[in-house]
Design a protein around this ligand. Structure first.
Ligand SMILES: Cc1cc2nc3c(=O)[nH]c(=O)nc-3n(C[C@H](O)[C@H](O)[C@H](O)COP(=O)(O)OP(=O)(O)OC[C@H]3O[C@@H](n4cnc5c(N)ncnc54)[C@H](O)[C@@H]3O)c2cc1C
Length: 396
């Protein structure tokens, strides 16, 4: 396992650090947090993204012909680490940069690439993910939203849920069922949808932190031109998996979610002499976070060798959720009464932490992947995989 940057990675890191030393202040206002005014956060994120795009840092993994740098996942990890080091945790536009963009690059036609990629890179288009439904989350392929062809348009009806930032997004990437006579993974298609299209109603959902981060999205006879279908009709499932892989890679970047030094500083600020219980929890957290760094190094080493780190990514996603929750707990305990009244800065984290166990694939789903790919246990069978969707019994 390689613990250090290669000479090329070290040079790239120095370049990134120098850019951020000079420009990080321009990002002010773009981090989300407690009581954040999302309107202002989105505006600040768009400004910051434009600066990044103009300076060649907008989307380093996109190919150069689309305004990126054509770099690999290792450089992305280094860039993320340097962003975290500069205190930049903004993810408002990640739906476009890390998910929609790479999917359009992989499956879009020339017209779609020239229409969407540049404005996405420059932060002019903000995207939301319209995948999950009330009865389709882990079993996403069981989704019920329908798209029916009408001339050169599609008419979409259904409901999506947990759609992060759908209340601010300009466009959404959506999967819908276009052929219910096929098995559930075969009859899906992928669409790019203008969120201002008549028939789309976005209803914000308030989460337990009191904030509005995600939404329900109702689609009532929403007309989408066929020109906005991504890939072939019926190809929605493999395209969605491409989007989800990119999502997991962006969540898996531990360094942007958690900093042990920040927790330690918070503890020192609030409790000069922590009791044994808190010291014990902090030591546990340190051990976890050090293990995560080593796991990160292992993933980087695999990536560097051109190997697939899917199983490690699942372990990392599990570990990040655990560590983030433990860190929030330590910070809450350190704050004491202020944590309960919400005056401190830990409460928002504490409420946000459980969501990490769910979003981007739940803990249990990650464990299934680990069971199959690391422990070699038999694959979980889907008894309905080959049954036409329209013949599935309700709830299967
Ligand atoms: C913060 C956050 C942001 C999100 N943002 C978006 C977004 O922008 N767009 C979007 O489309 N979705 C989004 N989601 C939704 C997310 O993808 C789903 O919540 C997730 O896939 C789980 O689906 P579900 O909620 O329907 O739970 P279910 O799939 O119904 O799961 C319920 C429980 O059953 C368990 N379970 C299910 N299947 C299995 C299995 N095969 N083996 C073992 N256990 C199983 C699960 O682990 C879970 O504990 C977001 C969720 C969160 C928390």
């Amino acid at each position: 396992m390689d613990f250090n940057d290669s000479p090329l990675e070290a040079a790239f890191r120095a370049d990134a650090r120098a850019f951020l030393a000079e420009n990080a202040a321009a990002q002010e206002g773009a981090n989300t947090g407690p009581d954040a005014d999302h309107e202002a956060v989105v505006a600040a994120s768009r400004r910051w993204q434009r600066l990044l795009a103009d300076s060649g840092w907008g989307a380093i993994m996109w190919a150069e012909q689309y305004g990126g740098r054509g770099l690999g996942p290792i450089e992305q990890v280094v860039w993320n680490e340097e962003l975290a080091r500069a205190g930049i945790t903004e993810t408002t536009l990640m739906g476009g940069i890390a998910m929609a963009g790479p999917t359009i690059i992989a499956y879009g036609n020339d017209e779609q690439k020239s229409r969407f990629l540049e404005p996405t890179l420059r932060g002019e288009l903000m995207w939301c993910q319209l995948f999950s439904e009330p009865s389709a989350g882990s079993d996403l392929a069981g989704l019920r939203t329908r798209a029916e062809r009408d001339g050169d348009q599609w008419v979409i009806n259904g409901q999506k849920v947990w759609s992060t930032f759908a209340d601010h997004a300009d466009w959404g990437f959506l999967i819908a069922r276009t052929d219910p006579s096929l098995p559930k993974r075969k009859g899906l298609s992928y669409f790019l949808v203008d969120m201002k299209t008549p028939g789309i109603e976005v209803r914000p959902l308030r989460d337990m932190s009191g904030g509005v981060h995600f939404n329900e999205v109702f689609l009532d006879d929403v007309r989408v031109p066929d020109a906005n279908r991504l890939g072939e009709q019926g190809q929605g499932w493999p395209i969605a998996r491409t989007t989800l892989l990119h999502e997991r890679m962006s969540i898996g970047s531990a360094s942007r979610m958690f900093s042990f030094d920040e927790v330690l500083a918070h503890l020192r600020e609030n409790i000069p002499a922590p009791d044994q219980l808190l010291r014990d929890r902090l030591a546990g957290l340190y051990a976890w976070s050090r293990s995560l760094e080593l796991l990160n190094a292992r993933v980087n080493t695999k990536l560097g060798r051109g190997e697939d780190p899917t199983a490690e990514a699942s372990v990392m996603k599990l570990a990040i959720a655990e560590i983030f929750e433990c860190a929030a707990d330590v910070m809450m305990r350190a704050e004491g009464r202020a944590a309960l009244t919400g005056e401190g800065k830990a409460q928002h984290r504490f409420y946000f932490a459980p969501g990490l166990r769910i979003g981007g694939g739940t803990d249990e789903v990650q464990r299934n992947i680990i069971a199959e790919q690391v422990l070699g246990l038999p694959r979980e069978e889907d008894p309905w995989a080959d049954t036409p969707f329209e013949d599935l019994p309700a709830g299967s």
